[in-house]
Design a protein around this ligand. Structure first.
Ligand code: ADP
Ligand code: MG
Length: 305
C-alpha cells in the first residue's frame, strides 16, 4: 500500500505493540509470543466489513475499539487470558485522518483488553475490511466449552442485555428514545466490554460458556445443543440495559433476540455462588431446546446469510 506502507505501520500501529507476552513484535517477518508453561494457545479471528458490520458513518475511533473488543470477547468466552492480537487491514486509500482515529480507538481497546498488537498486514482493496486475530492462553483442562451444561445447573449472564440491539434500532431509525438514553445505548454498541476478567474467574467453575454475539436465545441454543440439554429462561430475571426501562415489550424482545451485547452467558453448578455483576436468568433441564416462561422459544437471532 503506497504512502509508504512501512511508514504507515510505524506511525499508526508500532506503538500498540508492547506487552509481556510479546518477545518479538511488529517489524520482522513474524512475531514471537511467550506462552505460559503448560498452557495451550487459544485463538480466534473476527472480520468487520464496512457497511455490513458497522454503518459507514461510524467514528473510526469506535470502529477500532469495537473491532478488537468483539474479537476479544471470544477469548473471554473460552476463559482464556489475553496474550496479543494481530490486525489485517484492507483500505481503499491511506486516509491519514481515518488511520489516526482508528488507531487511537484500537489502542484504547488494546489496553482495556490487555491485547498488545504483535503484527499484521496492510493492503489496498475496494472496501474497508478489518480483521482482528486474538491470541490467549489457558490451561487445557480449564477451557470453558459449550458442551458441559448439566441438568440442575443455573444459567447466568453478565452485565445487561438488549442495549446493542436497541442502538441498532436507533441507528436504523426504527426507535426514537430521548437523547440521554440514545447516547448511552450507542456507546454500548460502539464500545462493547469484553468480559475477560470474568472469563478467567469462571475457569474451573462454569460448566459451559458462550458470549452473546448473535442474541441470547441463539447463543444459548448453541450451549443447549452442544450439551444435549434443555434450557428454561425466566424473562422477568433478564437484566435489561438501564436505558430500556421504558421500552416495554420491545426491551424484552431485544434482550432475548438482539445480538452484539458481548456479555458472557454461562452455566454454573446449582450450589456455586453468582459472580459479582451477573444475574441468574434460568436453569438447565433434561431434554432439548429452549423455553421462556414455560413456552418453547425459537433460537432465532441474527443470521448473516
Ligand atoms: P511482509 O511483507 O513480510 O508480510 P509487511 O510489510 O506486511 O511484511 O509487514 C511488516 C511488519 O509490519 C510485520 O512485522 C507485520 O506484522 C507488521 N504489520 C503490517 N501491517 C500491520 C498492521 N496493520 N498492524 C500491525 N502490524 C502490521
Ligand atoms: Mg504482509
Amino acid at each position: 500500500m503506497p504512502v509508504n506502507e512501512f511508514e504507515l505501520i510505524r506511525r499508526y500501529f508500532w506503538g500498540l505493540g508492547a506487552g509481556d507476552a510479546i518477545r518479538l513484535g511488529i517489524g520482522d517477518d513474524a512475531a514471537l509470543l511467550e506462552l505460559p508453561p503448560g498452557e495451550v494457545l487459544v485463538t480466534s479471528v473476527d472480520t468487520l466489513v464496512e457497511g455490513v458490520h458497522y454503518p459507514e458513518d461510524t467514528f473510526p475511533e469506535d470502529v477500532g475499539y469495537r473491532a478488537l473488543a468483539v474479537a476479544a470477547s471470544d477469548l473471554a468466552a473460552m476463559g482464556a487470558s489475553p496474550l496479543a492480537c494481530t490486525l489485517a487491514l484492507t483500505l481503499p486509500e491511506a486516509d491519514e485522518l481515518w488511520l489516526q482515529a482508528f488507531s487511537e480507538g484500537l489502542a484504547r481497546a488494546c489496553a482495556d483488553c490487555r491485547l498488545p498488537l504483535a503484527g499484521g498486514d496492510t493492503t489496498r482493496g475496494p472496501a474497508t475490511v478489518i480483521t482482528l486475530q486474538v491470541l490467549g492462553a489457558c490451561p487445557a483442562d480449564a477451557v470453558l466449552r459449550r458442551n458441559g451444561a448439566r441438568p440442575g445447573n443455573q444459567v447466568c449472564v453478565s452485565g445487561t442485555l438488549g442495549g446493542a440491539a436497541a442502538a441498532l434500532a436507533i441507528l436504523e431509525e426504527r426507535w426514537h428514545p430521548g437523547p440521554e438514553a440514545a447516547d448511552a445505548l450507542l456507546a454500548r454498541f460502539n464500545r462493547p466490554t469484553a468480559r475477560l476478567a470474568l472469563g478467567e474467574r469462571l475457569r474451573g467453575v462454569a460448566t459451559a460458556a458462550i458470549d452473546v454475539s448473535d442474541g441470547l436465545l441463539a447463543d444459548l441454543g448453541h450451549i443447549a445443543a452442544a450439551s444435549g440439554v434443555a434450557i428454561a429462561l425466566d424473562s422477568a430475571a433478564l437484566p435489561l440495559a438501564p436505558a430500556l426501562a421504558d421500552a416495554g415489550e420491545r426491551g424484552r424482545a431485544w434482550a432475548l433476540a438482539g445480538g452484539d451485547d458481548y456479555e458472557l452467558v454461562f452455566t454454573l453448578p446449582a450450589e456455586a455462588p453468582l459472580p459479582e455483576g451477573c444475574s441468574r436468568i434460568g436453569e438447565v433441564r433434561e431434554g432439548t431446546g429452549l423455553s421462556v416462561d414455560g413456552e418453547a422459544a425459537e433460537a432465532g437471532g441474527y443470521r448473516h446469510f
